[in-house]
Design a protein around this ligand. Structure first.
Ligand SMILES: *[C@@H]1O[C@H](CO)[C@@H](O)[C@H](O)[C@H]1NC(C)=O
Ligand SMILES: *[C@@H]1O[C@H](CO)[C@@H](O)[C@H](O)[C@H]1NC(C)=O
Ligand SMILES: *[C@@H]1O[C@H](CO)[C@@H](O)[C@H](O)[C@H]1NC(C)=O
Ligand SMILES: *[C@@H]1O[C@H](CO)[C@@H](O)[C@H](O)[C@H]1NC(C)=O
Ligand SMILES: *[C@@H]1O[C@H](CO)[C@@H](O)[C@H](O)[C@H]1NC(C)=O
Ligand SMILES: *[C@@H]1O[C@H](CO)[C@@H](O)[C@H](O)[C@H]1NC(C)=O
Length: 644
């Protein structure tokens, strides 16, 4: 940042009015004859790291950014996930943890430049690759919406989103006094089958119209000519991404094929191992190899963004999924910490230090001291009590049920994330007949008159034999475990029950769908919980999906809350909430993730009472050890037994 800045008067067109304001003359451009970026007239090379503001609690943004600065980085890179900002059709939210402008300004305060990746598709193991769930409503799907193409419905939605987003980006551009030096168009588009250059053209033109001609727009694709062929476009600077390599010449030859001149850029250099999925072992990568490979790339003169530098957490319902072998689907864990240099709690791994040592060989600035890790606190055990099974609490957690002849997918009842209970009251009797449901997205708990019958699993278990009498309640609680985030199948991403349910070959008619709203359930459940406290010393075990609640007060010795983890053993599988914060999904019986990260911002200081709500789907350890346990160490690498 040490360049001398000239002051001048520049005119800006804002909100259709010509206004004259004083800004510093700042420029960030490409010098094609010297193959370099140029910042304020001087050659510049970035050494950057990825951090997603959506995966780090706002209260910790500054801590993480300072640690990245201390690693020697001069730049960070972040995605803007459309679906997180527009949870409902066309309604944008930029508040709280979604206040990306504040995040970007904070990076600038810390001394970092910013590379922005506003998609609209943003991949990253995130639900639907950042696309909004409402694009899967039948009104779009029935018209054959083709995502990531110049399709009319899709582009209308993109255009309206960008009309909200991009005017907020413009004042943050480097030439306008902010830290944003470049903006990515789409994301690894060349890996997508549609290969629609008109789509890239339309995006480019929209971005230019909002952002002006000064900012560098670029694309990123896998380091293979077949990817760049579909992913690149005139007017967009072509960059590549790849993992550890011992041959910079070889990988950058691919970029040079499409971008003969200009700086060498790797937009995602993988200093972490591949994503973690439930039911697969935690992956790890050698800190020494990451640093060696980085050293080679920097010696070669490349601009590098390390992905992820701080992985963070998929709080709430934000994890994505990917097709696995056969028809199986694999689901991303709640933690997005798969061995990045910084842990999801911002702790510095050995890899942080090996990388930092390399980076400081190449940056000309005084070595910044490393900030300490945040203190974690083991709050100990919290007694949990059964509130009731999901059927008992429906009136409190599902305020607007929907009726229809055949089941509707979750999107069509505007329940884009989480859980929906589908109810059918049997109109006749079936004895030991096969219930068949192919379209379960993704996991269905089959319950008859409050008795658990079995679980349907997408791509694995599509039927079970049941006995159903006239007048019985057949309930199917369906969990959306996260939409596919990559590949052609993103177009088939409806959730809930997609299709019909048959028993003995007959299609069941007349359904009531209860979208569940659990985030604030502890508030709505207030009266039933106090009733429960009076008479429930004997919590029973229920094998149907049930809600459990507990309360605790932080020790008076702590003047403010500290970060912590919850070790969810021996609970089985479910979703956890603290004080109305959706901490995420847990599945310690499977792994590899066992602990959930709970940032201090989710907790209330002494003497306020904190409420924990667990929606346990399979089997709670009650009444024997009906507790959850706060610990001060993460455990996200449980060995996964293939026979589980
Ligand atoms: C994209 O599609 C629209 C129609 O939906 C069309 O008007 C426009 O010309 C297309 N864009 C390009 C660059 O072909
Ligand atoms: C279900 O019942 C059918 C006969 O009605 C039988 O052929 C089948 O084996 C049964 N399936 C299971 C999983 O019990
Ligand atoms: C469900 O079954 C009804 C009656 O057979 C049929 O009209 C309808 O198209 C089916 N729905 C789906 C999604 O297959
Ligand atoms: C939960 O309640 C809080 C406080 O009343 C409110 O701000 C928040 O929007 C609610 N969240 C949901 C998902 O309803
Ligand atoms: C999990 O990681 C910790 C910390 O790196 C390590 O000490 C432990 O041995 C690992 N456990 C397993 C089962 O891999
Ligand atoms: C996880 O690793 C263990 C020990 O290396 C191995 O036995 C097991 O099969 C692995 N699990 C999976 C799902 O690959």
């Amino acid at each position: 940042m040490g360049c001398r800045l000239l002051r001048s008067w520049t005119s800006l067109v804002a909100a259709g009015l010509l206004v004259v304001v004083g800004v510093e003359t700042r420029s960030f451009t490409i010098d094609y004859s010297h193959d370099t970026f140029v910042k304020d007239g001087e050659a510049f090379r970035y050494i950057s790291g990825s951090i997603h503001y959506t995966r780090v609690p706002r209260e910790h943004w500054k801590d993480r950014l300072m640690k990245m600065y201390a690693a020697g980085l001069n730049t960070i890179q972040t995605y803007v996930p459309w679906n997180f900002h527009q949870r409902r059709p066309f309604q944008s939210d930029f508040s709280g943890n979604l206040d990306f402008a504040t995040f970007v300004k904070l990076a600038q305060d810390v001394g970092l430049l910013v590379i922005l990746r506003p998609g609209p598709y943003t991949d990253a193991g995130w639900d639907f690759g950042g696309l909004p769930g409402w694009l899967m409503e039948s009104r779009y799907v029935n018209r054959n919406i083709l995502l990531r193409s110049n399709n009319t419905d899709y582009m209308e939605a993109v255009a309206r989103w960008y009309a909200d987003l991009l005017p907020r980006v413009r004042p943050l551009l480097y030439s306008n006094g902010g830290p944003i030096i470049s903006v990515q168009v789409e994301n690894e588009y060349g890996s997508y089958f549609a290969c629609d250059h008109n789509y890239l053209r339309t995006l480019r033109d929209i971005m230019r119209s909002y952002l002006g001609d000064d900012v560098i727009l670029f694309t990123t694709d896998g380091a293979g000519a077949s990817y760049l062929r579909c992913g690149t476009l005139e007017g967009l600077y072509s960059t590549i991404d790849f993992g550890l390599t011992d041959s910079p010449e070889k990988v950058f030859a691919v970029q040079r094929q499409f971008q003969p001149h200009g700086p060498l850029v790797c937009s995602e250099f993988y200093v972490e191992s591949p994503l973690d999925y439930w039911g697969y072992n935690h992956s790890k990568q050698s800190p020494q190899q990451a640093a060696q490979s980085l050293d080679l790339l920097l010696a070669y003169g490349a601009n590098i963004n390390m992905y992820m530098f701080d992985g963070g957490t998929n709080f709430g319902y934000t994890s994505g999924s990917l097709p696995g072998t056969g028809n199986k689907v694999k689901f991303v864990t709640t933690t997005y910490d798969h061995d990045a240099p910084m842990s999801e709690a911002g702790d510095l791994r050995e890899k942080y230090h090996t990388i930092r040592k390399v980076v400081y060989k190449y940056v000309k600035r005084p070595v910044a001291p490393v900030p300490p890790n945040t203190v974690k606190f083991a709050y100990g055990q919290v007694q949990m009590k059964l509130v009731g099974d999901i059927m008992d609490v429906l009136p409190s957690v599902s305020l607007s049920p929907v009726k229809s002849l055949y089941p509707l997918c979750m999107e069509d009842i505007h329940q884009y994330y989480g859980f929906t209970l589908y109810r059918h009251v049997s109109e006749r009797s079936y004895v030991r007949q096969e219930l068949w449901l192919d379209g379960i997205r993704d996991r269905g708990y089959i319950i008859i008159n409050k008795v658990m019958q079995g679980i349907l699993v997408r791509g694995e278990i599509t039927h079970l034999n049941i006995t159903l009498h006239k007048g019985d309640n057949l309930d199917i609680l369906v969990e959306n475990q996260g939409r596919i985030f990559y590949g052609n199948d993103i177009n088939k991403n409806q959730k809930g029950i997609v299709g019909n349910v048959t028993v003995g070959g007959l299609v069941l008619q007349h359904w009531t769908m209860f979208p569940l709203s659990l985030t604030n359930a502890s508030v709505h459940l207030g009266s039933s919980v106090s009733r429960l406290k009076a008479d429930s010393d004997t919590s029973e075990t229920l094998l149907t999906p049930s809600l459990y609640i507990g309360a605790f007060v932080l020790p008076s010795s702590l003047s403010q809350p500290l970060d912590t983890y919850i070790d969810m053993r021996p609970w089985h599988k479910g979703q956890l909430f603290i004080n109305g914060n959706n901490v995420g999904g847990y599945w310690p019986s499977l792994g590899p993730q066992v602990t959930l990260y709970v940032p201090l911002s989710f907790l209330k200081p002494h003497p306020a009472s904190n409420t924990v709500l667990a929606f346990e789907l399979e089997s709670a350890p009650c009444p024997h050890t009906c507790t959850i346990r706060f610990v001060d160490q993460p455990f996200i690498n449980k060995t996964v037994n293939v026979f589980d």
